[in-house]
Design a protein around this ligand. Sequence first.
Ligand code: MEV
Length: 274
Amino acid sequence: MAQARAKIILAGEHAVVYGHPAIAQPIDLEVRIHAIKSLEPGLVFLNPKMDPQHKSDSLFAQVQPKLVSLFGDRVEKLVFEIDSDIPGGCGLGSSAALSVGLIRAALEHFGESGSPEEIALMALELEKIFHGNPSGVDHTVIAHEDLIWFQNGQVEKINAYRPLKFSIMMASPHAGTRAVVEAVRQRRLQDEVAVNKIFSGISEIVFSMRSQIEQGNLREMGLLMNRNQRLLKQLGVSTPELDQLCEQAIQNGALGAKLTGAGGGGCVIALFAE
Ligand code: MEV
């Protein structure tokens, strides 16, 4: 049985699509996938928590040609049984985890293995089905299973001075990462200067956050998360519900809170002291 974990983005979402850095880490929710030889190939979702968009035969019609191009005709006779704990449309990387999990399941079935880099490269082909033109941070952090710095396809592992303890709160799901990323692209077409300024601000936060993580300054990290959230709000990807969850988290003792992933709904992450 292959598995792939969900992820959170600590800082840098959206700006990362335009070449700025982001910091991300896996979390303890996972999708488990088993590839079995079958006369009726397909994707079988065993868990209704999965985003309904992932349940259709039309998804398999898009996934299978990609798998055939990566693994050859031998993959044509496989059914993938998918059991996921990761809610869809919540910014936790359900589709990226599905992409990585399918690659790992096929490799496992054929008795093969791949490095995180190789798995990420193959999973990118599947991620494109869901997101069109993803930055790659989602499936890369899931393939690497570590706290990472990601920029333009390059990955560095970050060594945290102390464990990072996040709470994750869920608002209503969003309309899909692709739609929110497209809305930001449109906004940038209308006002490139303003949006680029927001991206530069986010980028500065990501650089500072890396130092704070490496030095173990959780309080500073929390303040950076709050700043990142204000910029995401300016960008138009937060919602009143997400803002309220951030405020509630801070009232309840969080050092900082922000939306994670595409926004427009989805999840808030809140950092707590050890
Ligand atoms: C989605 O988890 C992160 C975004 O930055 C999109 C991407 O990086 O492709 C919003």
